[in-house]
Design a protein around this ligand. Structure first.
Ligand SMILES: NC(=O)c1ccc[n+]([C@@H]2O[C@H](COP(=O)([O-])OP(=O)(O)OC[C@H]3O[C@@H](n4cnc5c(N)ncnc54)[C@H](OP(=O)(O)O)[C@@H]3O)[C@@H](O)[C@H]2O)c1
Length: 348
């Protein structure tokens, strides 16, 4: 590759957009050359995000003014529907697209339309798009023009279940995914139910009867298992800013010891730069992945009974969104997969 990648970001004022900026500002092979906001056009990025003072001398521009077709890759850190509406023009100009929203996560358009409530804006592009979970689809991502970056809950969930499903160790009709997310998962736009006084010092489940990540989780786990997978998915809102913890519960179909399960997970992820299988008996904590692109996992078989439990933590904004998107960019352009992502969590 000659010269640095020219990168555009649509939706630079949101939480995943600002996380992309944080990571790309120090990426040795990427230059952010276009960054959009309809609301803040004309404002220097470092004025909205003083944490980036001295790092980026960019000004937000409207999506119409941004020179996106001049980029090598454009990230969409926008609500669903935005990337699909613009992707055709970009792909025709040879620009690769990484969508952090849901436009290219589901191959079944009828399912997409049921959960998103309107017709898909670019159905013809969907079959050639690739689902961007590198730990499951690295080779396909490398040759893609459009990557659908996975959702945050689906990332933590799939990484917890892949070794069990690929080895046919669990009942695929009865998996429970008990998931909790920090509040930044809801984005930066003002919403009353996300106010400090509404969320702090309290804890609740939401979307129990149906959350948009359910069809993504079931569809992608079904691809991995090679048969239909059914999940009970219960997300919860945690009064913290960043982080997701997912505990999955599944019924074993074979009598496999906890030592063998531990070995299976360690072997499966031995060469994955961003998946850390913790020692038996560990409790992965969200604070140990904060600001990093890492997923930490632990596997258990409590009391030696029939239920296998896996706990999995990620930072929703990093491995759950912008970090994984940069990982996908690295794969798309043949760069070392960890480039620009080699950070350690801030702790305590
Ligand atoms: N937050 C997370 O943890 C997380 C994790 C994984 C995936 N995601 C997904 O990533 C996407 C972005 O999430 P977020 O949390 O960063 O959202 P956000 O904080 O609400 O930011 C949305 C951004 O999109 C821009 N935008 C909104 N409508 C637009 C339009 N029609 N055209 C162009 N730009 C538009 C906004 O800026 P202007 O309005 O000024 O243009 C803003 O910069 C969503 O699809 C979300 O589901 C989020």
């Amino acid at each position: 590759m000659s010269g640095k990648l020219k990168v555009g970001i649509v939706g630079g004022t949101g939480y995943t957009g600002s996380e992309l900026l944080r990571l790309l500002a120090r990426h040795p092979q990427a230059d952010v050359v276009a960054i959009t906001s309809r609301g803040e056009a004309g404002m220097p990025v470092s004025q909205l995000f003083p944490s980036l003072r001295g790092e980026l001398a960019m000004v937000f521009s409207t999506p119409d003014d941004a020179q996106l077709t001049q980029c090598d890759v454009v990230f969409f850190a926008t609500p669903h529907g935005v990337a699909a509406a613009q992707a055709e023009k970009l792909v025709a100009a040879g620009v690769k697209v990484i969508d952090l929203a849901a436009d290219f996560r589901l191959q079944d358009l009828a399912v997409w339309e049921k959960w998103y409530g309107h017709a898909h804006p670019a159905p013809a592009l969907v079959p050639n798009s690739v689902y961007g979970l590198p730990e499951a689809h690295r080779a396909e991502i490398a040759g893609a023009m459009i990557v659908g970056n996975p959702g945050c809950y689906p990332t933590a969930t799939q990484l917890a279940l892949i070794p069990l499903l690929t080895n046919q160790l669990i009942d695929v009709t009865d998996i429970v995914v008990d998931a909790k997310s920090g509040i930044s998962g809801a984005g930066r736009a003002a919403k009353v139910d996300m106010l400090f006084a509404e969320t702090y010092d309290s804890f609740k489940a939401y979307g129990v009867n149906g959350h948009r990540h359910l069809p993504e989780i079931e569809a992608r786990l079904s691809v991995i298992a090679g048969q239909p997978v059914q999940v009970t998915f219960v997300p919860h809102l945690l009064p913290m800013i960043r982080g997701i913890e997912v505990s999955v519960y599944a019924n074993l179909t074979q009598d496999i010891s906890i030592d063998a399960l531990q070995k299976l997970f360690e072997t499966h992820y031995a060469n994955e730069p961003f998946v850390d299988v913790m020692p038996a008996g560990s409790s992965p904590e969200t604070r140990t992945v904060k600001g990093t692109n890492r997923c930490r996992l632990a596997v258990y078989r409590p009391q030696g009974r029939n239920k296998v439990v896996v706990t999995s933590v990620i930072d929703n904004l990093t491995k759950g969104a912008a970090g994984q998107a940069v990982q996908n960019m690295n794969i798309l352009f043949g760069l070392p997969e960890s480039m620009g992502l080699d950070t350690i969590a801030l702790l305590p």
